[in-house]
Design a protein around this ligand. Structure first.
Ligand code: C5P
Length: 227
């Protein structure tokens, strides 16, 4: 049986990939399935947490039992939803794949192919929601981020992860090694769990449910539910 070590704890998890509209029928998106965020929400609920899952576009996934699901589309919608739920959450996990950029213009009608030349789409930067949630964090609130990294010559996945943990300022960062059947559109993940206190736990190649359990094993002892 799973431990009930998240009883009385309110957990907010974001999942899936945001879609940034070009017009009413077209968008810029990404390949996130939402599976890791759903697994985090499911395992947290099984361990006794009250869970709010803020879901952008996902594969056809079954909503975990006992979890409140809030559906969003764009990064700006996800941002609003996360800021609202973060007001009461004890733990905030950003597992969503948030688009870094969105089109400057969202055209009200479907763009006709005769209407404009195939010129580049002008993009503007989306806010870094994780960094905003860290800045708005209440005392005692735990903020967890994700990073999908590939190792390059000289610099490994772990080095990138350590740098991102510092830059984002979150309490925990799950670093996923991308590629070779890991992370995107696949069942499995592998990587490291890094804490701001310098604890580095390797996560062996395994299911997204296993990774979720490893994260809650690490985070649960650090969470105090709000009085
Ligand atoms: O910087 P990078 O996109 O690799 O960081 C990934 C982490 O930051 C994830 O937790 C993701 O959910 C979050 N993120 C965000 N807002 C963005 C981009 C990423 O919250 N605009």
């Amino acid at each position: 049986a799973l431990p009930r070590d998240l009883e009385g704890v309110h957990v907010a998890v974001s999942a899936g990939g945001t879609r940034e509209a070009l017009d009413p029928v077209r968008f810029l998106g990404n390949r996130s399935s939402g599976r890791q965020g759903y697994a985090l929400a499911r395992v947290a609920a099984q361990r006794g947490a009250r869970v709010t899952l803020v879901a952008a576009h996902t594969a056809d996934l079954v909503a975990p039992a006992g979890v409140d699901v809030v559906r969003v589309g764009s990064a700006l919608e996800l941002r609003d939803a996360m800021h609202t739920v973060a007001e009461t959450a004890d733990v905030v996990v950003m597992a969503a794949a948030v688009a870094d950029f969105r089109p400057v213009d969202q055209v009200e009608h479907k763009i006709k192919k005769t209407e404009r030349d195939p010129d580049p789409v002008a993009l503007t930067r989306n806010p870094d929601i994780l960094a905003e949630l860290v800045a708005a964090r209440r005392p005692g609130q735990v903020v967890v981020g994700f990073a999908a990294e590939t190792g390059d010559a000289g610099t490994g996945v772990l080095d990138y992860g350590r740098a991102k943990l510092k830059r984002k300022g979150c309490d925990w960062l799950v670093v996923n090694a991308v590629g070779d059947g890991r992370a995107f559109e696949v069942e499995d993940n592998a990587g490291w769990l890094l804490s701001a206190d310098g604890v580095e736990t390797p996560i062996p190649h395994g299911s997204k449910a296993r990774l979720a359990s490893a994260l809650w094993d690490a985070v649960a002892p650090a969470v105090q539910p709000r009085p």
